[in-house]
Design a binder for this molecule. Sequence first.
Ligand code: HEC
Length: 178
Amino acid sequence: MKKKNRRFLLVLTSVVGVASILSQPVVAEQARKTQEMDNRTLLTIPYEDREDLLRVMRKNLTSLGEMIDAMAEDDFKTIEKVADKMSFNEKKGQGLARRGNPGFTAMGVQFHAVDAIAIKKAAEAKNRNGTLRAMSRMVSSCVACHESFKVIEWPNNKIYKRPAPSPLVLPPGVTIRD
Ligand code: HEC
């Protein structure tokens, strides 16, 4: 590199460096304000449970995408299959209870045991509008839970022990399969 270019690069990196140091308090202030507006309940769970929850969530989004895709092809069999995988079972029940928050558990039960089953039944009946309505109700459950709970903390995520499991209250008519 030519000497002139090297000097230019040095000046540029210094300017960028100083600007980023100066902007730190501004960023921190913005983050604090954002945090103040956030009244979601923090799930105080261990790091690995947090990661597990987020992984499951990313899968939920994939499943939703698969169902929308299948809907475009009137492929009710695929919708049935995906909804069935999302539906309630023993493992999901334990996963929800492990978060230690009864409100979270109840919303999770609504999602897996009520919404997913409604989609499955409407798809079994090849009821296009019914399936779409049931999918929309499921999205409302995604939104409701996201509005109520969070797992990420600011300024830094603390380490928590796993809370005592919350009781699993099932709505009438809901049974757990293996
Ligand atoms: C019972 C509660 C609950 C339900 C129902 C729920 N979520 Fe979540 N989801 C959460 C929580 C809590 C987080 C973490 C949010 C945070 O900390 O900001 C999350 C985060 C996510 C994330 C971010 C993942 C990441 O890697 O950061 C995605 C994507 C997501 N959810 C998709 C969905 C979709 C799609 C649905 C519905 C089909 C859904 N979720 C239903 C509780 C729920």
